[in-house]
Design a protein around this ligand. Structure first.
Ligand code: FMN
Length: 198
């Protein structure tokens, strides 16, 4: 079954040109989007750097209640892409053992029900040896609060700059298998929930 996925890149910091420590979130996002598309799924990609949300003033839903201010079109599009998705994949770096602030800020713009009965999966990465694992518990907890059904499996990517090229191409054959297995589990859960969502 072809599924509708939304993939969110949670890191927004500037790429330092010439540095090996650029914004790694993009290459991870590209890898995931490319594999999903190769498998025939519909993919929407939200780059939080492009979305450029302010620190939370109004949740997306609250814009409806405002008299003087409409929700900006790009926010509405991103919100719709969350609500319409069969599965949402969050690409998370680990900053000081937690998720990037832009990702938390985006999640806080959502409301109860936006992710309701929807598969949410986490791909975490770091340039160090732990693959972003310490950012995962807080992220999963926030997703669960919003009603998502969190995929128990997490794809952790240590030394990410060595594993994935800038264009998303996988350098490491083992990672290709890990990615496919991880996505198969995501498809299974997303499809099961799609068939039973109210
Ligand atoms: C503010 C900040 C905090 C970081 N904290 C961690 C950390 O707790 N653990 C870790 O493994 N790497 C940490 N790193 C290194 C990141 O793994 C690395 O910078 C990675 O490229 C971040 O992803 P990004 O490039 O998509 O922003 C940190 C980097 C930054 C900028």
């Amino acid at each position: 079954m072809s599924l509708a996925y939304t993939v969110i890149c949670g890191s927004v910091r500037e790429t330092r040109i010439g540095s090996r420590d650029g914004r790694m979130g993009l290459r991870v996002s590209r890898m995931v989007c490319q594999e999903l598309e190769k498998q025939g799924h519909k993919v929407n990609f939200i780059d939080l750097k492009d979305l450029n949300l302010p620190m939370l003033k109004y949740t997306f839903a609250e814009y409806d209640d405002l008299i003087d201010e409409d929700i900006p079109e790009s926010y509405q599009t991103a919100w719709d892409q969350i609500k319409k998705a069969d599965g949402v994949i969050f690409i998370s770096a680990e900053y000081n053992h937690n998720m990037p602030p832009a990702l938390k800020n985006f999640i806080d713009h959502l409301s109860m029900g936006d992710l309701s009965q929807k598969m949410a999966a986490v791909v975490a990465y770091s340039i160090g040896p732990f693959g972003g694992c310490r950012a995962v518990p807080a992220l999963k907890e926030s997703l669960t609060v919003l009603g998502a059904i969190s995929l128990p499996d997490v794809l952790l990517l240590p030394t990410v700059e060595k594993a994935i090229e800038e264009d998303g191409k996988i350098k490491d054959e083992k990672l290709e298998n890990r990615l496919k297995k991880f996505l198969n589990k995501a498809h299974w859960l997303a499809e099961a929930l799609k068939n039973h969502r109210n």
